[in-house]
Design a protein around this ligand. Structure first.
Ligand SMILES: [Zn+2]
Length: 388
């Protein structure tokens, strides 16, 4: 048995002072305060409270449900042997689980990438990895609106059909856990309903939907929204559109890219106030350039220029170089949310949105995936399945 001690712990719904965290077989077996429990004599003790000048805060490892790459690697193009390099990079930024996310590409290319990612997910599940690992696949496309496609190649966008969805599902061998889709497209509602039936978190986005179409998507089974405000029909006070649904429906959660580039800080405040403490989710939408110098990088089939941390293709934003620890710190800078609130948006809210019950929280039965933070949100170390 391993016992982890720290100065504070975020479950994240609650804060515990002077916590003790018990880990057995890579899973959390108990959480309590030091005052409530003794440390068993035979336990291995990891005392984080005295390994630095600042307080050590123990939080669930971050989970990024929308991530295209980092450390020079693109998840659609990386060879199987290259992914550990990306996993290591993510781990240093406090991430313990993520959804590799596709962009619209020729279907054959997408299917090849899905097959490889499915292998990586299976290998990580069966292995004893001590790094961040892929937990499921997010299909961002190909069922996106031409009008709000961002940089997804127009020739690769297709109208939703059950046949194409089935082909992608088979290529990914059932590992699709999330799908971004524009609900106003012909055929979308049928695909949304079928994906939801297979426990995929259907997320509305890259969409020009009017309010009624967005609501119809939610009625069909969508329960989340992708990078709110970006690649969406803008909010108009007489034509609220998809944002009217995303910002007012308490049944759905929604995510944002809090890099300070995709959204103005004031818009992040509007989002956090509207969507609230329980349903706001942070994503990075990071691409291969994350953690790398400015230059030219691939985002699936798309070539992207990165200058001063801004990723663009022909002037349109194309992913980010954001890391999840910075997203968390940005939220505390841009709004009145506390570090614990921001951590919640990067952990529990994300895993609840996509139905990953063993991740994103410090509670008995969950995997012992943890990040140790300073009070300013800097990552001090990351623990995966009980391994430091
Ligand atoms: Zn994306």
């Amino acid at each position: 048995m391993i016992v982890v001690c720290a100065n504070r712990l975020y479950t994240p719904q609650e804060e515990i002072r002077d916590p003790l965290l018990f880990v057995e077989g890579g899973l959390i077996s108990a959480v309590s305060s030091r005052a409530q429990r003794e440390i068993p004599k035979n336990a291995t003790v990891i005392d984080l409270g005295h390994d630095g000048p600042a307080e050590a805060i123990l939080a669930p490892g971050f989970v990024d449900i929308h991530m295209h790459g980092g450390a020079g690697l693109d998840v659609m193009r990386a060879a199987p042997g290259e992914l550990p390099h990306l996993n290591k990079f993510l781990t240093t930024h406090g991430v313990t689980g993520y959804f590799p996310t596709t962009v619209a590409a020729p279907l054959d290319q997408t299917c090849t990438a899905l097959d490889r990612l499915a292998d990586a997910i299976d290998a990580a599940r069966n292995g004893d990895a001590v790094q961040a690992r892929p937990l499921g696949i997010h299909l961002e496309g190909p069922f996106l609106s031409h009008k709000r496609r961002g940089v997804h190649p127009p020739e690769c966008l297709v109208e939703p059909t059950l046949e194409i969805f089935e082909r992608l599902w088979q290529a990914a061998r059932g590992h699709v856990r999330m799908m971004t889709i524009a609900p106003e497209l012909p055929g979308a509602l049928e695909v949304i309903a079928e994906a939801a039936r297979r426990k995929v978190c259907v997320s509305i986005g890259h969409s020009d939907a009017v309010l009624e179409s967005a609501r119809a998507g939610v009625h069909a089974g969508a329960r989340h929204a992708t990078h709110t405000f970006n690649a969406m029909r803008p909010l108009d006070h007489r034509d609220p559109g998809i944002l009217g649904e995303v910002l007012t429906d308490p049944q759905i959660s929604a995510d944002i890219i809090a890099d300070g580039i995709h959204l103005a800080p004031e818009v992040i405040q509007i989002f956090l106030q509207a969507v609230g403490l329980e349903r706001s989710v942070l994503i990075t939408d990071a691409m291969a350039a994350a953690g790398m110098p400015d230059g030219t990088y691939q985002l699936g089939p798309i070539q992207v220029e990165v200058k001063d941390g801004k990723c663009t293709k022909d002037g349109t934003l194309a992913g980010s170089v954001l890391t999840m620890d910075r997203a968390v710190r940005n939220v505390t800078r841009f709004s009145n949310w506390t570090l614990r609130d921001a951590v919640r948006a990067a952990t529990l809210n994300a895993t609840r949105a996509v139905g990953l019950t063993q991740h994103g929280q410090i509670s008995p039965g969950a995997e012992a995936n943890l990040v140790v933070l300073n009070p300013d949100g800097e990552v001090r170390r990351t623990i995966v399945r009980g391994h430091c």
